[in-house]
Design a protein around this ligand. Structure first.
Ligand code: GAP
Length: 435
């Protein structure tokens, strides 16, 4: 689907997943805001990941470090030196800037053909000032990866939680990079959220654990419904490794604009703990050695984008041939139940029958504390089903004339469109079992 990108961007805006930041002022440097459905979906992704790390896997504890840290952290981590910089060229004619690794023929400007400047290193850290004086002594940086706050707290966690190697620390939080070429909707932005897990282990066990985590992480996506044909793991060549990594693979998703990384698995060796030991003077060894770190690092926003692309389905001619829309194109968002922002919607069959509306509102109030639920009485029932399919709502619950007699409802399953009658008193249990 060549125009899938446009469709996802339009659906995201129209249905309240993602809006451009500061839109009424003309937008702002590729920042995005997550709308009512976007924030639900983001929260769901984070919850599924957190549960995976802290409940399904063993020996992992959670963490939440401050975004602002001492600038010494970034000196020690290598982010302030050449390690964390992109090479940038500028067009002498139109003055547009490009990442050197992104232009196919570095001889001319991809936009206007103008001559390009020599490549220049451009550091990606976002600088800010702490306190009232804006001088170098007050300067620090917004974190470019969440994990550094974990490394500086390695000893604190080890001691307070009485951990023994091997063990992991997981964290979800915002990260910032002054990207030269933010692009492709929420794929590459300057502010984004990461879900990172750092696994501390004996150096010799590193390679085996790298393979273990690679497999676990690929399975995570497959279990959440990403199609196998759209997912692959790519070994990062030695000359392209991040400055901290001994080995890296990118888990890539086939986006509408091509295969691109959604998650990195890194063997960071002892780079971080040994450098922080050296720079801070604090001995971060464990039983006389620096543990190796195997890291899994995924963007919340980027994975949300991949989940949306993968779930987006169009049904030509409509899903049911009985509705008036039979000739229309219907959109079905086949999101995994755990990720779908809205789990249930309550629909009175008609809105001009007071008893039906009253009952529907009662059912809505019953479900609302338990599941993300919507109430919708506007338009024909077919139209309402289509609106719900488009946002991936898992169950549509209709209150009809029989509901008044029997105290029951019909529950329509989004994927199969099958309907079954369920007593109102059993409804919570019935949905809970399936969700
Ligand atoms: N701690 C390791 C680390 O940060 P990375 O490969 O630079 O590794 C990991 O980033 C993940 O963070 C990426 O796979 C991506 O999902 C997300 N990410 C990185 N830069 C991003 C950006 N500018 N916009 C959105 N997501 C980004």
């Amino acid at each position: 689907m060549a125009d899938l990108m446009e469709k996802i961007v339009s659906l995201s805006k129209r249905r309240g997943f993602v809006f451009p930041s500061s839109e009424i002022y003309g937008g702002f440097g590729s920042c995005y805001d997550f709308g009512p459905l976007g924030v639900e979906m983001k929260n769901n992704i984070k919850k599924v990941w957190w549960d995976e790390m802290l409940k399904k896997q063993n020996d992992i504890v959670g963490f939440d470090a401050a975004i602002l840290m001492s600038p010494k952290v970034w000196k020690a981590s290598g982010h302030l030196t050449a390690g964390f910089a992109d090479e940038l060229v500028e067009c002498k004619k139109c003055h547009k800037r490009f990442r050197l690794d992104e232009i196919k023929k570095p001889s001319g400007c991809p936009d206007c053909g103008g001559a390009l400047t020599k490549p220049k290193k451009f550091n990606l850290m976002m600088k800010t000032f702490v306190g009232p004086v804006e001088d170098e002594a007050a300067a620090t940086y917004l974190r470019a990866e969440t994990c550094q706050g974990i490394y500086t707290n390695f000893k604190n966690v080890l001691q307070s939680m009485r951990m023994k190697i091997p063990f992991g620390i997981a964290q979800i939080g915002k990260a910032f990079r002054n990207e030269i070429t933010p692009k492709d909707f929420i794929y590459r932005t300057r502010e984004f959220e990461q879900m990172e897990m750092q696994w501390f282990c004996e150096p010799k066990t590193g390679p085996k654990l790298f393979d273990y985590w690679k497999k676990q992480r690929i399975n995570w996506y497959l279990n959440l419904g990403i199609s196998k044909k759209n997912l692959r793991a790519k070994e990062v060549p030695k000359n392209e490794l991040p400055h901290y990594a001994k080995r890296a693979i990118d888990i890539e998703y086939r986006f509408p604009f091509g295969w691109q990384e959604i998650e990195g698995i890194h063997n960071r060796g002892d780079w971080d703990l040994s450098n922080h030991s050296k720079h801070s003077g604090e001995d971060l060894k464990y039983e006389g050695y620096f543990p190796y770190i195997i890291e899994t690092s995924v963007g919340v926003d980027r994975s949300l984008f991949a989940f949306l692309c993968d779930a987006y389905t169009e049904v030509k001619g409509g899903r049911t041939k009985t509705t008036k829309s039979a000739k229309e194109l219907e959109v079905l968002l086949k999101l995994d139940k755990s990720l779908a922002p809205i789990k249930a919607a309550v629909l009175p069959l008609v809105k001009n029958k007071a008893e039906i509306v009253k009952k529907a509102k009662q059912v809505y109030q019953i479900l609302k504390p338990h599941f993300m639920t919507q109430y919708d009485e506007v338009g024909s029932i077919g139209r309402r089903y289509r609106r719900l399919d488009e946002i991936g709502c898992v169950f549509a619950i209709t209150i009809d004339f029989d509901s008044l007699k029997n105290d029951d409802v019909t529950v329509r399953d989004r994927n199969t469109m099958k309907q079954k009658r369920v007593k109102i008193k059993d409804l919570i249990e019935c949905l809970r079992k399936q969700l």
